[in-house]
Ligand binder design. Sequence first.
Ligand code: KG4
Ligand code: ZN
Length: 342
Amino acid sequence: MMPQNSSTKASDLLVLGIESTCDETAAAVVRNGEEILSNVISSQSDLHAVYGGVVPELACRRHIDLFIPVLDEALATAKLSLHDIDLLATAYGPGLIGALFIGLEGTKALSLALNKPFVAVNHIEAHLYAAIMSVKEPIAYPALGVVLSGGHTSLLIIHGIGEYTLIAETVDDAVGEAFDKVAKMLGLSYPGGPLIEERAKKGDRKRFSFHAGQVKGKPLHFSFSGLKTAVLYAKQKLSPPYPIDDIAASFQEAAVKDIVSKVILAAEKYRLETLIFGGGVTQNQYLRQFFAEHAPHLRQVWPAPKLSLDNGAMIAGLGYHQYCLQGKGDSLSLAAKTRIFL
Ligand code: KG4
Ligand code: ZN
């Protein structure tokens, strides 16, 4: 067992983390990868709700408008000035290219102007780190990483911070994307995940027999596009008023059951006893409850509520470890990447 953070140490480091990969502009100050001094998140969901999804051009403009105010607020809340910061961290991918560009180039500009190092982290890795930084008890590695976000659905073996082996991923939609698309079909707003969860509470989860896909020869991989189409067909067979609550509950049941069963299978196959969850879908309380009931033999490490969705604290936290592992900052020539894997 490797105790958490054993591989990375540094004397007191104040890290400013900046997040702008999609539709949240966020900044946070974190001391030594753990102690959150501020965590400011400005969500753009209202801006995109009318379109039923994120409009990249609008997201970029909003990031530009909010970059400085959000950063200022994060520093003010932490009662610090930019000069007190030792290290800058941001995500260089995956995400929307324009949105990534604003966060990355803005952070590089700060690094240059302040003569302070910066590190560029993987946004998905940061989602997993969000759970790690949410608990005090040491984590026994290797652990199974479960990424459930709007853009990714994957299972990884986490050997320690910075060391991962990808074992499964979605072959089509990410689970959060499926929640968002089903919500849109049902006339619900964006982001659809929380709204589906809310409507599902009043619904009959057994009314429709939906199932997520199985990938031939790859039992741990995910597929949600067939499930999404099944919801569409079920709705088309009905006439208004549609039983939105029952459809939402039956869809959520199918998605959650599929994730839980594949995670249990992966944990057995790779003999892993700890699950580390990351990504916005981890906000879903039905999912958490289902895991608690069906996998009580596995330790479940979830991100704290303020760290589930996109945020700057997970970027600053992971940035600290990456800096300690690398022993130096990244080059100013580092480029943003829309797709990167762990
Ligand atoms: O991780 P995240 O903030 O952004 C990405 O990196 O993609 O995840 C956003 C996703 C959206 O698809 C959103 O609908 C979903 O997380 N989500 C939820 C819930 N809250 C957010 N999905 C299901 N149930 C929720 N309560
Ligand atoms: Zn994210």
